[in-house]
Design a binder for this molecule. Structure first.
Ligand SMILES: *Cc1c(COP(=O)(O)O)cnc(C)c1O
Length: 404
């Protein structure tokens, strides 16, 4: 057996476009890094980004924040979450999601996730009815998009406010409508491993003027909210100002400056990611023991990563993941007892009181693996990754020859 090794760091982020670097340097020379000016609007990077982001998604309002987690926290506050309020969340998600619920004082109610990595709609109805939750924070985890029309109808029927966590779905849509546009509020992240990269950053969109006014105030606008472009009437914001605390969660001008030129790159990035995803899915799907989640034809996803499950015992998965790692293929595995890096799961977040057994999600996560797809990966490197994985699967005791 060849012992070829992948010579590519799968965690390599996307670089900042030159236009963003130039603008960032200008801003640093001027020192004007705060998003507002005191006497006048000094520079408008964050306000311009908000207007451009809202236009990109067809939303009326947008507020820039310092992280995706902050965007979800503010969205939950806008939706009336306070101590005692229950918030439905699909159990396959990332730590900042239940973290945002806890931050707002709410109580997470887990809903089962399916083998296709989306929320289980039957369980959603059951949990909504049994818990009395008033909000669903729906996480399009790793870019998997559930039937959003069905979810919207269900939420309407149940009297539940829908908030979308679109950290991995910027550029993606369901049946032609962008994610983030089905919910009353949509939240996006600009953390380095998402589709636009400012290190840290978050964006919240909504069409509701009351939510927009409150979100601007929660973000920490002092009395400078007039400088926002994608905002409701100043009088409306003014009206809420005395009651809304300033949580100081603003995006800095610097982050906005490096994000703005990335919006124009989203389409191109999506095409590249999806091309590599298609190749990976096709090759991995042929390997015995590997299952790729099935995607609905109405789901226009942006695949910056791929998920697959290994139909093996935990000890075998651990061995395969370790052997692949030694050959340069960094696989995240959600079935670890002790989480590593980004593989924490609902079972590890003990601050959430979990009243329900999540048998389906537990079974899915035990076998679920994830590979990041860096933009710079080549066809040959994709083929090599699949070769390494299938060789390491075949090397397990009692396994057949690798499928090529
Ligand atoms: C990254 C991410 C977030 C938000 O993360 P921040 O680091 O706070 O920007 C939210 N949900 C999911 C599923 C994510 O992957």
């Amino acid at each position: 057996m060849s012992r070829s090794r992948l010579d590519l760091d799968l965690t390599t982020p996307e670089p900042i476009p030159e236009a963003g670097i130039t603008r960032a340097v200008e801003l640093m020379r001027s020192g004007r890094l705060f998003r507002y000016g005191e006497l006048h609007a000094d520079q408008l990077e964050a306000s311009k980004l908000e207007a451009e982001f809202a236009a990109y998604l067809g939303a009326r309002y947008c507020v820039a924040l310092n992280s995706g987690g902050a965007a979800m926290f503010v969205a939950l506050k806008c939706a009336g979450v306070e101590p005692g309020v229950k918030v439905l969340v699909n159990a396959f998600t990332l730590a900042p999601v239940p973290g945002a619920v806890a931050h707002a004082g709410g109580e997470t109610v887990w809903v089962e996730s399916t083998e296709d990595c989306v929320i289980d709609l039957g369980d959603l109805r059951r949990k909504a009815e049994s818990s009395g939750a008033s909000v669903l924070l729906l996480s399009h985890m790793r870019g998997h998009i559930v039937d959003l029309e069905a979810v919207s109808l269900l939420c309407k029927d149940l009297g539940v406010t829908l908030i979308e966590d679109c950290a991995h779905t910027l550029g993606a849509s369901w049946d032609g409508t962008p994610t983030g546009r089905f919910g009353a509020l949509g939240c996006f992240s600009a953390q380095t491993f998402k589709h636009i990269n400012a290190g840290e950053g978050g964006l919240l969109i909504t069409d509701d003027e009351t939510y927009a006014a409150k979100a601007i105030l929660y973000s920490g606008s002092y009395m400078l909210f007039e400088q926002h472009q994608a905002r409701p009437d100043v009088q409306l914001i003014q009206q809420f100002a005395p009651q809304i605390p300033n949580f100081s969660l603003r995006m800095s001008a610097l982050a906005a400056a490096i994000l703005r030129p990335q919006l124009a790159l989203l389409e191109q990035r999506g095409l590249i990611w999806n091309k590599r995803y298609a190749q990976l899915a096709q090759l991995l799907g042929r390997v015995a023991g590997i299952r790729i989640p099935i995607r609905n034809p109405k789901e226009h996803f942006v695949a910056s990563s791929i998920q697959f499950s290994l139909n093996l015992e935990s000890a075998e998965i651990e061995a395969v993941v370790a052997a692949c790692e030694a050959r340069g293929v960094h696989i995240k595995w959600f079935g670890r007892e002790q989480p590593k890096a980004f593989t924490g799961t609902y079972e590890h977040w003990k601050y959430v009181r979990n009243e329900y057994a999540l048998e389906r999600t537990a079974a899915v996560l035990r076998q679920l693996c994830d590979l990041r797809i860096p933009l710079e990966i080549s066809r040959e490197q994709v083929a090599l990754i699949v070769q390494i994985i299938s060789e390491e699967l075949a090397a397990l005791p009692n396994r057949g020859a690798p499928v090529t």
